[in-house]
Design a protein around this ligand. Structure first.
Ligand code: ADP
Ligand code: MG
Length: 153
């Protein structure tokens, strides 16, 4: 109840998990992506974005902090807060505005924005389980619990 653990054997399976997350998100949700460098956070975001119809590349917005995507009239914001020095800086990149929209927010390194971020519907924690990865997915809201149930079902 409220959490699942998955083994993700390779990059393709990570992209597939992204697809499934995109489906249960219904296009609006807040998803935190937690894990060390190389854990697969951006790969998962790529799976989500491609599933929703984005056709180009997906890179971590390490220097710009956020990359906005508009796909079929739907807004998706991909954050990488690794270089955020202070959660208050989120205001300068318009963080608040993004969070108020009916959009999908994918947030890498949410710990850097602690206190200035909306609650996560789902938190995906990725860890090395070589040669693959493992994912611990936790629901943080009622909506997240529904998403998690759909993910299992
Ligand atoms: P992060 O954004 O967490 O720093 P990336 O998504 O950039 O990590 O992934 C780092 C590397 O790990 C990439 O080369 C990617 O292909 C690889 N990778 C991602 N998921 C898996 C997986 N489940 N098993 C093995 N390698 C993976
Ligand atoms: Mg990344």
């Amino acid at each position: 109840e409220g959490r699942i653990e998955l083994l993700i054997n390779n990059e393709q399976e990570m992209v597939q998990l992204g697809r499934e997350l995109a489906e249960v998100s219904g296009g609006h949700a807040v998803i935190y992506l937690v894990g060390n460098l190389g854990a697969g956070k951006t790969t998962l975001c790529r799976g989500i974005l491609h599933s929703l119809g984005h056709q180009g590349a997906v890179k971590s917005p390490t220097y710009t902090l956020v990359e906005p995507y508009s796909v079929d009239g739907q807004q998706i914001y991909h954050f990488d807060l690794y270089r955020l020095a202070d959660p208050e800086e989120l205001e300068f990149i318009g963080g608040r505005d993004y969070f108020e929209e009916d959009c999908l927010c994918l947030i890498e390194w949410p710990c850097k924005g602690e206190g200035a971020l909306p609650d996560a519907d789902l938190e995906v924690q990725l860890d090395y389980n070589l040669p693959g990865r493992k994912a611990l997915i936790k629901a943080g809201t009622e909506r997240g619990k529904v998403m998690l149930k759909q993910l299992l079902g």
